[in-house]
Ligand binder design. Structure first.
Ligand SMILES: *Cc1c(COP(=O)(O)O)cnc(C)c1O
Length: 401
């Protein structure tokens, strides 16, 4: 993997990453790291994963040329990597399946996971059902209220959903409580949903998500006889972005851009753009950029998109920022909604609100890039967001264009 060279064995990506955990947590993480390093290139492991990607996930996902949208913008040609066509409608399953196989190799009987909007919870519940393992999902009480359908999906697939009731009652608290439960149960495996957390998780999640760019780079070459000039992905914790960037990092002429949730604006508490607006710090066992308030404490974060509102970010993406290899932009709610409607109307594809952030950057950049090509990671489909959009329309907060 091309990005391997940027990290030493302690799990650092430049100044970021590492493992800031208790001794008892370190024992558990070492076990996971040893298993990952043993099996990541193992023939039987790869064959099992490949089979699941093909027959359970529906991989490879296609690349689609947005002819109508590109013509309307009158600049660069815009292409989508269709991660929305995965089973369950997003890229999350790529990682959940890989880690499930690690849990199985470790002989664990119980899957524990956190979830924000519920998309990772649904993926964790699905893979647990598939392999007959007990599954417990921790979810903020506030998110449970907002994401009723995903909670029901998890329960239908046999998972227990436990409400995190401390603090802001959202993703950060769900992670805190899930980690507590994990330490208490030695038979459990922590299935982390994004490229965050202490070593080895950022590396594991990027590894399993890099299937996105492994496919995309080759597909794009076959389709256009060239590489894209720009690759764009939205950034929550950073799993779809690290996966989408991985196999393009060595292609120095390919610009890598991460689209962060700019929310209502740049004020503390109005966004979750840790790379654009954050400062360096430690949260959940690793060092990276974090949205902090004036006192240097973790700020409350906000985004229209529940899947993007995590106050920190992948240490690898943080290092790519420091190196100048990737750049990051903050996309406001308004810009994301505009992109959401634009893709729906021009191409008949309703994107997830998360993915609409990446698309919004492509829409901004395209007019000034005539003759160039932009590849956007469409991380998920928007069916899950239709209810939220409907409520906003009813309250006249937005208008259908
Ligand atoms: C969860 C989610 C994201 C954000 O998570 P990353 O780890 O940053 O990829 C983006 N898009 C969709 C569709 C999601 O479900």
């Amino acid at each position: 993997m091309s990005t391997q060279s940027q990290e030493n064995k302690l799990g650092y990506f430049g100044r970021h990453g590492g493992q800031f955990v208790s001794p008892e947590m370190k024992v558990r993480l070492d076990e996971v790291a040893a298993c990952f390093n043993k099996y990541k290139n193992d023939k039987d492991f790869l064959a099992e994963l490949d089979n699941l990607y093909k027959h359970f996930c529906g991989r490879p996902t296609p690349i689609f040329y947005c002819e109508n949208l590109s013509k309307q913008l009158g600049g660069a040609d815009i292409y989508l990597k269709r991660e929305d066509l995965n089973h369950l409608g997003a890229h999350k399953l790529n990682n959940a399946l890989g880690q499930l196989l690690l849990a199985k190799r470790l002989g664990k009987k119980h899957i524990i996971a956190e979830t924000g909007a519920g998309q990772h919870g649904v993926a964790a519940a699905a893979v647990s059902a598939l392999y007959g393992l007990k599954c417990t999902i921790y979810m903020g009480e506030e998110d449970i209220r907002r994401q009723e359908l995903n909670v029901l999906r998890m329960r239908m697939m046999g998972a227990e959903v436990i409400a995190a009731t401390s603090g802001q009652k959202t993703l950060k608290e769900a992670v805190d409580e899930a980690l507590d439960a994990y330490i208490k149960d030695k038979d459990s495996y922590y299935l982390l949903g994004s490229a965050v957390g202490p070593y080895p998780y950022p590396e594991i999640v990027r590894h399993f998500q890099s299937i996105i760019s492994l496919e995309a780079r080759e597909q794009f070459l076959t389709m256009t006889n060239s590489l894209p000039d720009m690759v764009v992905a939205c950034v929550g914790g950073g799993s779809n972005a690290t996966g989408m960037f991985a196999n393009f990092i060595d292609d120095k002429d390919v610009a890598l851009v991460g689209a962060e949730p700019g929310g209502r604006g740049s004020k503390v508490g109005d966004n979750a753009a840790s790379l654009v607006h954050g400062k360096e710090g430690i949260l959940h066992g690793f060092k990276s950029y974090i949205c902090l308030d004036d006192k240097g404490e973790v700020a409350p974060v906000y985004s229209i998109s529940a899947g993007l509102d995590y106050p920190s970010v992948s240490p690898e993406l943080a290092n790519l920022k420091d190196l100048g290899r990737a750049s990051y932009v903050a996309i406001t709610d308004k810009e994301a909604i505009n992109a959401f409607f634009m893709l729906s109307k021009t191409q008949g594809i309703i994107p997830a609100l998360e993915s609409a952030h990446a698309l919004a950057h492509a829409i901004h950049a395209a007019p000034g890039m005539k003759g160039k090509k932009i590849l956007v990671c469409l991380s998920g489909r928007g069916d899950k967001d239709v209810d939220q959009i409907s409520n906003m329309l009813k309250q006249n907060l937005i208008q259908m264009p």
